[in-house]
Design a protein around this ligand. Structure first.
Ligand code: FE2
Length: 502
């Protein structure tokens, strides 16, 4: 693949599908051709965001006749690429203000910005995007304003002040930590001495592939670290919340362990038809329901899953989901996929395809977004991420576990990345842009996946993990994981509450 062609379209915020790409590449002067095409498309008044082969043909034809293309017919705007299981993205309504009364907006969604089919390629562009985005954040930190390229470490005599991606970190025989970090110009080896207790303790949570700043001094070929700086977030100013939002995930409809009655009770409550007076008052205040993935149990997610399914067909699982969620009145429902849903597994996961969930798409107030995504709920920036990377972080960092997902969420916020470790259990697509960098600071960070509720406020950010509507599975029994079932987190005018439907 010619990266230059793809990059031209990336910079112009346009997607091209394979067929368009082939046609462009076949042109005698493909880069110049790409430029004219981008200019032409950008100048058109259409909402074109995916450039298909048909659009290229149209441009070619009209260009031959010396005509200017100004409009594109909607049927030319199609599927992103074959790797998406034929997602009909055009029908996904995103990046727009929804009609009153909801002041809802999709701020970031990767559904339409993905270029690859999840194969491990274009590594360089992906890691470069991750590095540049996080480096830009680190450069704003006072201690790193004077940072310089790593190639200069050997020739300068002053304090080492660099920004780099962690290649490797391990303990030495003497129980110090040794870390290799690199930037575009070179790499250095950093020693974190165990007598520097606070720094050593902080370094316990450094993982491979995250981007950090290091300040230190040279000793031979080593750099002795005196400080390590994460991209982090400043404390945010809390806004006044005059509505309530409900957060759920991991419903697992279709599984024999799906808690049907409890979920029915929840739907009744959210409609104001269940609970005591206080609970009903909260329900009357709810404007948003956010679902952070695993709406259904899926098919073929793990070996012998069919033995634990009551609905063995993915379409029927989503039909059943639509029966439940379709009963919800006057609430905006925001739905992101998880690893059990029928979306591409590699993250960022595009929104659940309409192809699989036609009935869900018929729900008037439903919005489908990618995993991860950033939405605005009446001005409250809400970062939605299913949480697959929790598996990797729980395995890698001492003291973190599925039971303490609030601590994991804090790490992710501080690292400004939703899945910092590359190449473990979280499949990450090597996109040209790393969509899992936390570019924007959210007011609310909502995750799921671990089936255990957690809540913590970190620097003013509400961090919520929303448990499950699935009772303990066979797998969880083996690992002694006790889920929090049918206990629903609610932000009730800014106050965190748990409502139980057991
Ligand atoms: Fe999950």
């Amino acid at each position: 693949m010619n990266d230059d062609i793809i990059l031209k379209f990336t910079n112009a915020e346009l997607l091209i599908n394979d067929s368009a790409y082939q046609k462009i590449e076949q042109q005698e002067n493909s880069l110049q051709f790409a430029d004219s095409l981008i200019k032409d498309v950008s100048g058109s008044k259409s909402d074109l965001f995916i450039l298909t082969g048909a659009v290229v043909d149209q441009f070619l034809q009209k260009n031959t006749a010396n005509q200017v293309i100004s409009n594109y017919s909607p049927e030319n705007v199609g599927i992103i690429d074959e790797g998406y299981d034929a997602i009909d993205s055009v029908k996904i309504s995103q990046n727009k203000l929804i009609d009153v009364p909801f002041n809802f907006q999709v701020l970031q969604d990767a559904s339409k910005k993905s270029y690859t089919n999840g194969e491990i390629k274009d590594f360089t562009s992906y890691f470069n995007s991750r590095f540049q985005k996080l480096k830009a954040l680190l450069l704003k930190k006072p201690g790193l304003r004077d940072s310089y390229p790593m190639k200069d470490v050997g020739v300068r005599d002053d304090v080492v002040n660099v920004i780099g991606m962690v290649n490797d970190i391990r303990n030495t025989k003497n129980n110090h930590k040794i870390m290799e970090i690199e930037d575009e110009t070179g790499f250095i080896t950093v020693l974190i001495h165990n007598e520097n207790h606070s720094l050593f303790e902080m370094a316990e949570s450094i993982v491979k592939d995250e981007v950090i700043g290091v300040i230190g001094s040279k000793k031979g070929t080593l750099v002795i670290a005196s400080d390590i700086i994460h991209p982090s977030v400043p404390r945010i100013e809390e806004k006044k919340m005059d509505f309530s939002a409900v957060f759920i995930s991991d419903i697992h409809i279709g599984s024999s362990t799906f808690l049907d009655k409890e979920f029915q009770r929840f739907i009744k409550w959210i409609n104001g038809d269940f609970g005591d007076e206080e609970q009903r008052n909260i329900a009357n205040d709810v404007r948003y329901l956010v679902i952070a993935g695993d709406v259904v149990d899926g098919i073929g997610i793990y070996p012998h899953q069919e033995e634990e399914l009551t609905i063995k067909n993915i379409y029927e699982q989503y039909e059943e989901a639509a029966r439940f969620l379709g009963d919800i009145n006057d609430i905006k429902i925001v739905i992101a996929p998880g690893n059990h849903d029928a979306s591409r597994l590699a993250e960022p996961q595009p929104a659940i395809p309409e192809h699989y969930a036609a009935d869900l798409y018929k729900i008037k107030n439903a919005e489908f977004v990618s995993n991860p995504s950033l939405v605005s709920l009446d001005g409250f920036k809400t970062l939605i991420y299913h949480g697959r990377s929790f598996d990797d972080l729980a395995m890698t960092i001492n003291g973190l576990s599925h039971q303490t997902s609030d601590l994991i969420m804090r790490e992710l916020i501080e690292k400004r990345h939703l899945a910092p470790i590359y190449g473990e259990r979280t499949p990450l697509a090597s996109e040209f842009e790393d969509h899992l960098v936390i570019d924007d600071i959210p007011d609310i960070f909502h995750t799921g996946h671990v089936h255990i509720n957690a809540y913590k406020k970190h620097k003013g950010i509400h961090m919520i993990n929303s448990g499950t509507f699935q009772s303990q599975t066979e797998f969880q029994k083996i690992y002694n994981i006790v889920p929090t079932c049918a206990e629903v987190p609610v932000l009730n005018r800014g106050a965190f509450k748990i409502l139980k439907f057991t």
